[in-house]
Design a protein. Structure first.
Length: 434
């Protein structure tokens, strides 16, 4: 048509055709707008994230220029803007979004105090995460296999398993980032996916690793995310940075941050929504010992405020240091779960090392007393094995018997079964991934 107009041929017909196309386009736009208004008047959430029903990305992608960065996974608590939704943004998944706020920036002067989340907050029940018979398949591969998971509120909970065991798939399923093939789920007592938006309004999550704009500072990245959230999120920036120990580096560009600092900035982004539950996927990955110590301290502080922190990991020692309870996953199935102390002490015999003189005589005394499963002379001391259900009184009895027999006891030390020892005893394939 433009070619005809330029050459002077068919000019009048081309002009009429252009007018007709414009009229048809205008009618189409009016029809679509009317349909959207009708949908809003029949149950649609007016405060929901733009594009909720049309596949648009959420989270940081809703606030330019963060759309191309794949911002950190977040969740928020927006009572005025409607429930958020979760959606993938690049390699990092985002839980929660809201309408943009006109006043971004760090308003530390009016930042609210961090509240201690009451243990009874949220819906009824004492569980932060609950699944029954949860299934997820990828073709013939079962990634999540009939999972029964119970995460108590107000604790640090480790979801522990070898690489490829289905840990990240479970987290993605809980957040609604991939569809379950069977079973039921609830977050903070709220059923998902049926009420996913309402549940995710109180959840902060980082899946894989957090991503930020490297050319911006940590504070500027959080300001962009807070502007997308609204609901006073900008007032939590300064306090969130302090909570994760990044105040002194907040105005440095993210390009200069270490892996550990990026992980902590991701947690600060989650805290913009003041969540009751944080779900962190492999937060210790790639961290040096100092970074692990900082992450461990931060998690304990968050739990001390009454929040629940669920983290996945294959780093056994760090999970034992950080978490109160764990679930062990192998081939997509949870095979054991519970408080770490109960799991370790309820499944293995107790070994006591005794430093004493006359170790051969000491061994005979303990064997004749019948208070131990075995007593072995190691040459430099005594190794005594007790039943798994033995209490501290059994160790005291060993000391009493030896002293009464005239044997000098220099020290008694219980050799605890480590989480690694127990993990290797109950999983079938960790050695394949070592």
């Amino acid at each position: 048509m433009l070619i005809l107009a330029a050459t002077g041929r068919g000019h009048h017909g081309a002009f009429l055709l252009l007018i007709l196309i414009l009229i048809v386009a205008a009618i189409f736009v009016f029809v679509r707008l009317g349909a959207r208004r009708d949908a809003r008047g029949h149950g649609a959430d007016p405060g929901s994230a733009f594009g909720r029903e049309h596949g648009a990305p959420s989270g940081p992608a809703a606030a330019p220029p963060a759309a191309g960065a794949g911002g950190p996974a977040l969740a928020e608590h927006p009572p005025s803007s409607g429930p958020p939704r979760a959606g993938p943004v690049g390699p990092t998944e985002t839980a929660g979004t809201s309408r943009a706020s006109p006043n971004g920036g760090d308003r530390a002067d009016v930042a609210p105090e961090w509240r201690a989340v009451p243990a009874s907050a949220g819906e009824g029940g004492d569980l932060a995460v609950e699944t029954h018979g949860l299934m997820k398949r990828f073709g013939p591969t079962i990634a999540v296999n009939d999972v029964e998971l119970l995460v108590p509120r107000g604790c640090a909970f480790g979801y522990l398993g070898p690489n490829g065991a289905g840990k990240t798939t479970l987290i993605r399923t809980l957040l609604g980032l991939t569809r379950a093939d069977g079973g039921t789920m609830a977050l903070l007592g709220i059923p998902v996916p049926r009420e996913r938006s309402r549940a995710l309004a109180r959840v902060g999550a980082i899946v894989d690793e957090p991503r930020f704009h490297d050319h911006l500072t940590g504070r500027e990245n959080l300001t962009l995310l807070a502007a997308a959230r609204g609901d006073g999120a900008d007032g939590r920036i300064g306090t969130g940075l302090a909570r994760v120990g990044l105040t002194e580096r907040a105005d440095d560009k993210v390009a200069s941050y270490s892996m550990g600092m990026r992980q902590r900035l991701g947690v600060a982004a989650c805290l913009l929504g003041d969540p009751e539950l944080l779900i962190l996927d492999e937060p210790m990955n790639g961290l040096d010992p100092a970074g692990m110590a900082s992450m461990r301290t931060m998690i304990k502080v968050l739990v001390g405020e009454g929040r629940t922190v669920m983290l996945s990991s294959h780093l056994l020692d760090e999970v034992e240091r950080t978490c109160d309870a764990v679930a062990i996953v192998d081939r997509g199935r949870v095979i054991r779960q519970g408080p770490i102390d109960e799991l370790l002490h309820g499944t293995a015999d107790i070994v006591v090392q005794v430093d004493c003189d006359e170790s051969a005589s000491a061994a005979r005394v303990i064997e004749e007393a019948g208070i131990a499963l075995s007593a072995a002379d190691s040459g430099t001391g005594l190794t005594i094995t007790l039943r798994a259900d033995s209490g501290r009184e059994a160790v005291a009895e060993i000391n009493r018997r030896l002293v009464e027999a005239g044997i000098t006891v220099y020290s008694l030390r219980e050799v605890r079964t480590t989480l690694e020892d127990w993990f290797l005893s109950v999983t079938s394939r960790f050695g394949d991934h070592a």
